[in-house]
Design a binder for this molecule. Structure first.
Ligand SMILES: C[S@@+](CC[C@H](N)C(=O)[O-])C[C@H]1O[C@@H](n2cnc3c(N)ncnc32)[C@H](O)[C@@H]1O
Length: 217
């Protein structure tokens, strides 16, 4: 008989959260002030940040690209997993978000490792060189994921890492009747990843579902 994973319940989630190291004062203050400034509260959860940071350390990442900065929370989590000289380039289309993130990143311990690139992921990713990055984190503009995936395959070096948030699209991927664009886009993307022979990935059921994918050599 095949061993099965146990379904993840609210209680499991709470247990995971209780056993994840706290994100610390800077990120806690950043979340609070961003919410007070009216910026949407859609950044990654601390347990996602911890996992992403661990994975970046494990692959020895130095060059990371993020699509969707928001207020810089995930950028700081990831930059803290990089060695001196490492760099997160984070792409943000909204100037108000980029301005806010810039101020907080400047106050952080990893200001020298994060560069905000203003613009759309669709325009910026094609400007990056083949095999030039160790990891990409996709967290914006889900309707474009069908375009982002081949770009990621092109720019991530063999053995590198692709992480993608919201694999569950807030539960919409489970509803076959759902015609919400982001739900449909995520379903299509999830199917593309599962079928792609150059990738090996798993959806880790934390946050709203985090794809952890390695690009095979
Ligand atoms: C979910 S938030 C990113 C959260 C961030 N990764 C974190 O966890 O801290 C999405 C962000 O992507 C930005 N965005 C939306 N469409 C974009 C696009 N086409 N290119 C770049 N950024 C985009 C939004 O303005 C928003 O700030």
């Amino acid at each position: 008989m095949t061993e099965k994973s146990r379904p993840v319940t609210e209680a499991h989630f709470r247990y995971v959260q209780e056993h994840t190291q706290p994100e610390g004062p800077l990120l806690r203050d950043l979340r609070r002030e961003a919410a007070e400034a009216g910026i949407p509260t859609i950044a990654i959860a601390p347990e996602q940040g911890s996992l992403m940071q661990i994975l970046l350390r494990l692959v020895g990442a130095r060059e990371v690209v993020e699509v969707g900065t928001l207020y810089g929370l995930a950028s700081i989590w990831m930059a803290r997993g990089l060695p001196q000289g490492g760099r997160v380039r984070t792409i943000e289309i909204d100037d108000a978000h980029a301005d806010f993130a810039e101020r907080w990143i400047a106050r952080s311990d990893v200001a020298d490792r994060i560069e905000i690139v203003r613009g759309a992921g669709r325009d910026i990713l094609p400007t990056l060189e083949d095999d030039s990055v160790d990891a990409v984190f996709l967290d914006a503009d889900r309707e474009s994921y069908g375009i982002y995936l081949p770009e990621c395959l092109r720019i991530i070096r063999p053995g590198g890492l692709l992480m993608v948030d919201n694999a569950f699209a807030g539960g919409r991927v489970l509803d076959a009747e759902c015609d919400h664009p982001s739900g449909q886009a995520m379903r299509t993307f999830n199917d593309m990843v599962a079928r792609e022979p150059r990738l090996r990935g798993v959806i880790v059921p934390i946050g709203d579902g985090l794809w952890v994918i390695t690009v095979l050599g």
